[in-house]
Design a protein around this ligand. Structure first.
Ligand SMILES: Cc1cc2nc3c(=O)[nH]c(=O)nc-3n(C[C@H](O)[C@H](O)[C@H](O)COP(=O)(O)O)c2cc1C
Length: 382
């Protein structure tokens, strides 16, 4: 049953134009032509494009996910949510289960080391209205791995499989797993454990092919992604160092992955997503300011003014950098006391942004926005 043809027929790998060589090499060749607008599936969930917005702790708030959907991501993900926190009904953790009507399809990611607690968390994620339950076997942060969760699970395949099995039995939603290549540098553990996770019930695997030890140094080695694709019968998502359309097309064509996942390149830069989807052109200053102000307003609604004020500071540099505004401008914004002052200063720098923002707000879907009316408060690393 395994084989490239069968996977292609099942929509698990994208259509690539005939003259593209599937062997690696020739990275970012302009000859590569992959249709990122093709839909595909994880279990019975249809995903309208081959671009996935990465889960990022301290970043993946609703505003980020909704923006990602508007700019072309076919699937968006919550940041990692602690199954222990959910089990204790910790108000802050429950806040991560707020889901807006225009986020779907959405994967909510959970982490933990105990199969029973992870199963309970998966049921809560299902009740909250998520489309996919994602399991984190990739977090390299010591605070998480020392509890046996995150990337540590890659070292304990029996436990990892028990977690996947318990979660898959607890929910009718498709279960996906996101992992690193392994713990030590050069590890190939993902290739051993990947097929076992699928046998245990994973309907999709996302691979960020760096070791946990590497954190974010070095490069994601997508030759491992290609090897993983050959070993499993479920769609594989490629994560890591995919900031552009050329790179996305090359990774899709040379690995056979079903989709690419984009994280850091989309921070304060949703235009990276639309570029990957085939739209050219840098945003104007007015567009940048309008998106930032919209992001600020939505984040205040989600986190409350106090939390949002601190949370948003890192986003100013992300939005206004890349040569879009002079560097001191960001410093000026960070020092302002209220978000209202920040807004006024932004509009003074790009007056036309008010009209762009009005149009954006008019176009946003209205109504049934939040299923669980709870505050979100904590943001861990990941
Ligand atoms: C600030 C930050 C937070 C992250 N948090 C998570 C997380 O909660 N769960 C997860 O699976 N991966 C997390 N990641 C990893 C990303 O999802 C992604 O795999 C990684 O950044 C590589 O992709 P990129 O090169 O496109 O950023 C995080 C990454 C960053 C930079």
């Amino acid at each position: 049953m395994r084989g490239a043809r069968r996977r292609r027929e099942a929509g698990m790998v994208p259509t690539v134009s005939a003259d593209v060589k599937l062997s690696s090499g020739g990275y970012d060749s302009p000859l590569m032509q992959v249709d990122l607008h093709e839909s595909w599936r994880i279990g019975d969930v249809e995903i309208p494009s081959r671009l996935v917005l990465a889960p990022m702790a301290g970043v993946s708030v609703q505003a980020f996910r909704r923006q990602g959907r508007r700019f072309g991501a076919g699937l968006v993900c919550s940041e990692m949510v602690s199954c222990a926190g959910l089990s204790h009904h910790n108000e802050r953790t429950l806040g991560y289960l707020r889901i807006a009507a225009d986020e779907h399809p959405l994967a909510v990611q959970i982490f933990g080391a105990e199969p029973a607690l992870m199963a309970e968390a998966a049921r809560m994620v299902g009740d909250a209205g998520a489309d996919i339950v994602d399991i984190n076997f990739g977090c390299p942060v010591r605070k998480v791995t020392k509890t046996g969760a995150g990337a540590h699970c890659l070292e304990e395949p029996a436990r990892a499989c028990a977690i996947v099995e318990a979660v898959a039995n607890a929910t009718s939603l498709p279960v996906s797993v996101k992992m690193r290549r392994g713990l030590p540098n050069g590890s190939r553990t993902c290739l051993e454990i990947g097929p076992q996770l699928v046998d245990a019930g994973a309907a999709s695997l996302t691979l960020h092919p760096r070791s946990a030890k590497q954190m974010y140094t070095g490069e994601a080695d997508h030759s491992l992604t290609a090897e993983l694709v050959e070993l499993v019968d479920v769609p594989v998502i490629a994560s890591g160092d995919i900031p552009s359309r050329a790179r996305a097309q090359t990774v899709l064509a040379t690995t056979g992955a079903a989709a690419v996942m984009v994280g850091r390149a989309a921070q304060g830069n949703p235009w990276a997503l639309s570029e990957i989807m085939g739209e050219d052109g840098e945003p104007s200053r007015e567009e940048v300011v309008a998106e930032l102000v919209l992001f600020m307003r939505e984040t205040v609604r989600e986190l409350g003014e106090h939390r949002a004020t601190g949370f948003l500071k890192k986003f100013y540099g992300w939005y206004l950098g890349r040569g879009r505004f002079p560097k001191p401008f960001k410093q000026e914004l960070v020092q302002l006391k209220t978000l209202d002052e920040v807004e006024q200063r932004l509009f003074a720098a790009a007056p036309g942004a008010r009209f762009v923002l009005e149009r954006l707000e008019d176009e946003l879907p209205q109504g049934d926005e939040v299923l669980l009316d709870l505050p979100i408060s904590i943001y861990g690393g990941g």
